[in-house]
Design a binder for this molecule. Structure first.
Ligand code: GLU
Length: 380
């Protein structure tokens, strides 16, 4: 595949409204000295600032806490026990966050540290909360820098690798594109270090057994992700409608390099995150409640607007924020969506203007009862 073909593929990176960039420990931390590769990080930060300048919303998933912390605690080389890696993460994370803060703020970007555990992406209520926080940060123009909360994550409830964490975050944030920056430039049919006939795979549209079999490739000594976790991440991302790219971070300005047509491997979905989400909402077997709406609101929904409390005439059923509800006009279900309020609160604000929400509920929630991104017209 030629450079211009790679450049054409890279439009997925350039056009993504939301972009996740995962940076592996092997890139961030020098294996010999255990110190941060600051000069390299500066070049990545330039690329991120460029992306932000194009109007893209960015999330960084950064490894490196354990690798940075172990040196400060004088832990010997080799495998760490769980308690040791938890201790190393506690020491390293504070340094990692500071480095990101300094480097991104110099480029005019506000940085937010977000530490997640497996439960934050797997337990629905926590997932919804984490998602709302990410949306708020992104809406305010901040760059969340995410890592696993290694200090509290025990063996059984741990991701252990940031590749899959990045893919889960992409799903949570409905990001169109994920870039896994790694010490290898993509997926090969065999380990290129050992097999001279190893083929490079520029584009993968289906993650089948043959692709899985290629995953037994290289692992570096510093991070915990090998090709296996990258393929697992690709599976999650693609299922959520996101494109995922494995690219080399072993060069300065790694994102610019992708845009300029350096080779990398793209895993491509057949759909978009928004379409996936809507399909999932429409497919809910049992909506928890019903919102009967007036003709004006029904017409507005038809024009692609959100559902405001003002257009709701009756709330029935018992539901929590984030549950799927049916939207009914003239006795017919015309749409489904995720309620931004519980049934109790929805009943209080139904028929009222959004500006009244705070005085009615005692807190200022969302302006919409169902946001249009969380709403699907049936028959759409
Ligand atoms: N969360 C780990 C750290 O920050 C890294 C996990 C990984 O290497 O993927 O050290």
């Amino acid at each position: 595949m030629s450079q211009s073909e790679f450049r054409a593929r890279a439009r997925r990176l350039r056009d993504a409204r939301r972009l996740i960039v995962k940076v592996g420990s092997a890139l961030l931390v020098d294996a010999k000295t255990g110190r941060l590769n600051r000069a390299w990080l500066e070049t990545l930060a330039d690329d991120l600032a460029e992306a932000a300048g194009r109007g893209q919303q960015l999330i960084v998933v950064s490894s490196g806490a354990i690798a940075l912390g172990r040196r400060h605690l004088g832990l010997a080389a080799g495998r760490l026990r769980l308690e040791e890696s938890q201790a190393a993460a506690a020491v390293g994370q504070i340094r990692l966050a500071r480095a990101w803060q300094e480097i991104l703020e110099e480029r005019g970007l506000a940085v937010a540290q977000v530490l997640l555990t497996l439960e934050d992406t797997e337990v629905r209520r926590r997932y919804l909360n984490a998602r709302a926080t990410l949306n708020t940060l992104l809406g305010l123009g901040a760059v969340p820098v995410i890592n696993e909360n290694d200090t509290v994550a025990t063996a059984e409830i741990r991701y252990g690798d940031n590749d899959r964490l990045a893919a889960r975050v992409a799903q949570m944030a409905s990001a169109e594109c994920v870039v896994l920056l790694s010490d290898i430039d993509g997926l090969y049919s065999a380990d290129p270090g050992r097999d001279p006939n190893a083929r490079f795979l520029p584009e993968i549209r289906e993650i089948n057994d043959a692709v899985e079999a290629m995953a037994s490739g290289p692992t570096s000594g510093v991070g915990s992700g090998g090709m296996t976790t990258k393929i697992a991440a690709a599976r999650i991302a693609v299922a959520a409608g996101s494109s995922l790219c494995i690219a080399s971070g072993r060069r300065p300005h790694p994102l610019r390099a992708i845009l300029d047509g350096e080779r990398c491997s793209w895993f491509l979905p057949g759909t978009t995150p928004l379409a996936m989400r809507k399909q999932w909402i429409a497919g809910t077997l049992k909506p928890r409640g019903r919102l009967a709406i007036d003709a004006g609101a029904a017409a507005a929904l038809g024009r692609g607007k959100s559902l405001l409390p003002a257009g709701v005439v009756r709330v029935s059923g018992r539901f929590e924020r984030g549950d799927t509800v049916s939207v009914v006009a003239d006795g017919r279900e015309i749409a489904r969506g995720l309620a931004a309020y519980s049934s109790t609160d929805a009943a209080l604000i139904a028929g009222q203007r959004s500006a009244q929400i705070e005085s009615l509920l005692g807190y200022s929630g969302r302006e919409e009862l169902i946001h249009r991104d969380d709403l699907v017209m049936l028959g759409e």
